[in-house]
Design a protein around this ligand. Structure first.
Ligand code: ZN
Ligand code: ZN
Length: 264
């Protein structure tokens, strides 16, 4: 059994945003109320968190998530990372360090900004006042396993900092994070028709020459290339009204909303 929960479907400012309010989003549609980005993936017995947004506490409470086996980071932007301190609640429950994984750039940034959270072999049960994290660097050219779940890093380009996606079981799930392009090397790693492809949008129209994110045209281009059974679009800013995005996409491509559950 595979279960995916969209913990947060919003871009960095969330929806409503402090500066722009609801923007183009209909405030009467609850699906437009978006926390910052985050995803929970359970494949078999493995429970995996992708990114730790500043809204992590609320996301875990709302979905009653009390255990994870690992955290996978996509990049070191604050909307994907700065809820990291809330991981201490898992330490509190398990009395063990938590394994976190990411590219060399992401792990280096985490160790620099949150050095007090990284454990060096000590156990986490001495009165939990901070998270206790065991940090691991993943390379792009190696397979990595969490029990029997095969995971690969996916090369992405054009974002403001190095960003990567994740491939689960050769393509059962393809997770793309903030980027302008999915590299050919990443596309070549997808060996099967994905059950689920998750892609970020940010704004429907992007000035491709200047922007560090894909617009909807580019997102749909990649959906065509990858050909998943279902594609879910997340990381949407106030420019992306749920119904509008839904009306612009084919039936196997749907906008995400907070606490959306996908099972297969
Ligand atoms: Zn982001
Ligand atoms: Zn970003």
């Amino acid at each position: 059994m595979t279960k995916v929960i969209i913990l947060g479907s919003g871009a960095a400012p969330g929806v409503p945003a402090i500066a722009k309010g609801w923007g183009a989003c209909n405030p009467n549609n609850e699906k437009n109320r978006r926390k910052r980005i985050g995803t929970y993936i359970q494949i078999g017995s493995q429970k995996i968190l992708i990114d730790t947004s500043p809204d992590l506490r609320a996301q875990l409470l709302e979905n009653n998530i009390k255990h994870i086996d690992a955290v996978l980071y996509t990049h070191a932007h604050a909307d994907h990372l700065h809820g990291i301190d809330d991981l201490r609640e898992f330490n509190r429950l398990t009395k063990k360090p938590i394994d976190i994984y990411g590219s060399s750039h992401s792990i280096e940034q985490i160790k620099t900004r949150f050095s007090y959270l990284i454990c060096h072999g000590e156990c986490a049960d001495k009165g939990i006042f901070k998270a206790s994290l065991d940090a691991h660097v993943l390379g792009f050219d190696e397979d990595f396993y969490l029990n029997d779940v095969k995971i690969n890093l996916l090369e992405l380009s054009g974002h403001l900092v190095p960003s990567n996606g994740y491939l689960f079981n050769d393509g059962e799930i393809v997770y793309i994070s903030d980027c302008r392009e999915i590299c050919d090397k990443a596309l070549a790693k997808i060996k099967r028709r994905p059950k689920l492809l998750i892609l970020p949008l940010t704004t429907i129209n992007s000035n491709y020459a200047k922007c560090s994110h894909m617009g909807l045209d580019k997102v749909l281009e990649y959906v065509n290339v990858i050909g998943p059974e279902l594609a879910v679009i997340n990381h949407m800013a106030v420019e992306c009204d749920y119904d509008e995005v839904n009306s612009l996409t084919p039936s196997n491509v749907v906008p995400a909303y907070d606490n959306m559950v996908i099972e297969f």
